[in-house]
Design a protein around this ligand. Structure first.
Ligand code: NDP
Length: 331
C-alpha cells in the first residue's frame, strides 16, 4: 500500500498535487448529531455539503447503548441506529458523506483549506467544525472490558438503566457533582470517588452533593479495577495511595460513571481558531460563528456545558443557517 506523505499546508515549496485538491461550498467535519444536522440543513439549502466522518463514524453516541431522551423516539433507540438514521436523512438531500479525518487546516486566506487524511486538500467557502469531544477515561483495562456493560461516561444517557441500584461516579468536578446528584434521584446509593480530599466543583454544586443523603463521598480513593461476571458487580479502590495508610477497598456497584472531564477535538484547528483554556472552540454568543469568517463550530467541540445529542443537533442547525447567511451576504 502506498504511504502518503503528509502535506504541509504552510509550505510554499511543497504544494499538494492538483488532483488532491477539491473545491466545495460547504465542508462539514464530524458525524455526530451536530455534523449530520448541519448536513441536513445545508443540503436542503442547496449548499452541496461534503461531510467527513472522522474516525468514529456517528460520534460519541455510537458508544452508548440505548438513547431514550432524544425527542421523536418514544420507544428509545440504540445510539448506533439513531446515527444511521441521521446519516440516511443527510444523504437523502444529497450530502456527500465520506470517511476521512481532518489532519490539518489553513484558515489564513480567503479560501479555507482543510487537509484530509494527510493526503487531500479540501478548499471550502464555509467550514462547519463538529468534531465533538472525547470523554476522558482512567486508562485501566477493566474500562474496556466492561464498556457498555456497566461503565459509562454519561449519567444523563445511561443513568436510567441503573434505577434502584448502587453506582459510583468518578471525579470531583462540576460534571461529577452534577452526575452524582442526577443519579441520586434514580439510584439507591451513589458513591462519589474523589482522588483528593477536596472537590473541584463549584461551591453551589458541592452544597447539593453534601445535602443529598444517598451520596457517599469516598475521599482520596482511586479506582484500580472492576469485577463481575456478566457486567460490573463491584470496584476495587485504593485509599490514600502512596501513603503509609494506603489500603485496598472493595465496593459493590452495578455501574461506574466516569466524570473526569472531556477533551474537545479542536487540536487541528487551534492554530487559527480561538479556544478556551481547555480547548473548547469559542463562538460568538448566540451564534456558531468563530473568530474566522466562514468557519462555524457546532456541538460538543464548542459546548462544555450541555453536551447532549439534542443540543448538539440544535447547534448543528444553527451552524448551517449561519453558514448559509454568510454565503448569501458574500455573494
Ligand atoms: P474538571 O476538569 O473540572 O474536573 C475533573 C475532575 O475529575 C476533577 O475533580 C479531577 O480531580 C478528577 N480527575 C481527573 N482525572 C482523574 C483521574 N485520572 N482519576 C481520578 N479523578 C480524576 O472537569 P468537569 O467535566 O467536571 O468540568 C469541565 C468544565 O465544565 C469545568 O469548567 C466545569 O466548571 C464546567 N461544567 C459546568 C457545569 C455547570 O455549570 N452546570 C456542569 C459541568 C461542567 P482533581 O480535582 O484532583 O484534578
Amino acid at each position: 500500500m502506498e504511504i502518503f506523505k503528509p502535506i504541509n499546508l504552510q509550505s510554499d515549496t511543497e504544494k499538494p498535487n492538483v488532483e488532491n485538491v477539491e473545491r466545495v461550498r460547504c465542508l462539514i467535519i464530524g458525524s455526530g448529531p451536530a455534523g449530520y444536522t448541519a448536513a441536513i440543513y445545508t443540503a436542503r439549502a442547496n449548499m452541496k455539503p461534503v461531510l467527513y466522518t472522522g474516525m468514529e463514524m456517528g460520534g460519541q453516541l455510537t458508544t452508548t447503548t440505548e438513547v431514550e431522551n432524544f425527542p421523536g423516539y418514544p420507544d428509545g433507540v440504540t445510539g448506533h441506529q439513531m446515527m444511521e438514521d441521521f446519516k440516511r436523512q443527510a444523504e437523502r438531500f444529497g450530502t456527500d458523506v465520506r470517511f476521512g479525518v481532518a489532519t490539518d487546516a489553513d484558515f489564513s486566506g480567503k479560501i479555507l483549506k482543510v487537509e484530509i487524511d494527510g493526503n487531500k486538500i479540501i478548499e471550502a467557502d464555509t467550514v462547519i467544525i463538529a468534531t465533538g469531544a472525547t470523554a476522558k477515561y482512567l486508562g485501566i483495562e477493566a474500562e474496556k472490558k466492561y464498556a457498555g456493560m456497566g461503565v459509562s461516561a454519561c449519567a444523563t444517557c445511561d443513568g436510567f438503566f441503573y434505577r434502584g441500584k448502587d453506582v459510583a461516579v468518578v471525579g470531583g468536578g462540576d460534571t461529577a457533582a452534577e452526575e452524582a446528584t442526577y443519579l441520586a434521584g434514580l439510584c439507591n446509593k451513589v458513591y462519589m470517588i474523589v482522588r483528593r480530599n477536596v472537590l473541584r466543583a463549584s461551591k453551589a454544586m458541592q452544597e447539593r452533593v453534601f445535602k443529598t443523603p444517598n451520596i457517599q463521598i469516598l475521599w482520596e480513593h482511586q479506582v484500580v479495577d472492576l469485577f463481575g461476571e456478566n457486567g460490573v458487580e463491584g470496584a476495587v479502590l485504593v485509599k490514600k495511595k502512596g501513603t503509609p495508610e494506603e489500603e485496598i477497598v472493595k465496593i459493590k456497584i452495578d455501574g461506574l460513571f466516569l466524570a473526569i472531564g472531556h477533551t474537545p477535538n479542536s487540536q487541528v484547528f487551534k492554530k487559527y481558531i480561538d479556544t478556551d483554556e481547555t480547548g473548547y472552540i469559542k463562538t460568538i454568543p448566540g451564534t456558531t460563528r468563530t473568530n474566522i469568517p466562514g468557519v462555524f463550530a457546532a456541538g460538543d467541540v464548542q459546548d462544555p456545558r450541555y453536551r447532549q445529542a439534542v443540543t448538539a443537533a440544535g447547534s448543528g442547525c444553527m451552524a448551517a443557517i449561519d453558514a448559509e447567511r454568510y454565503l448569501a451576504e458574500r455573494e
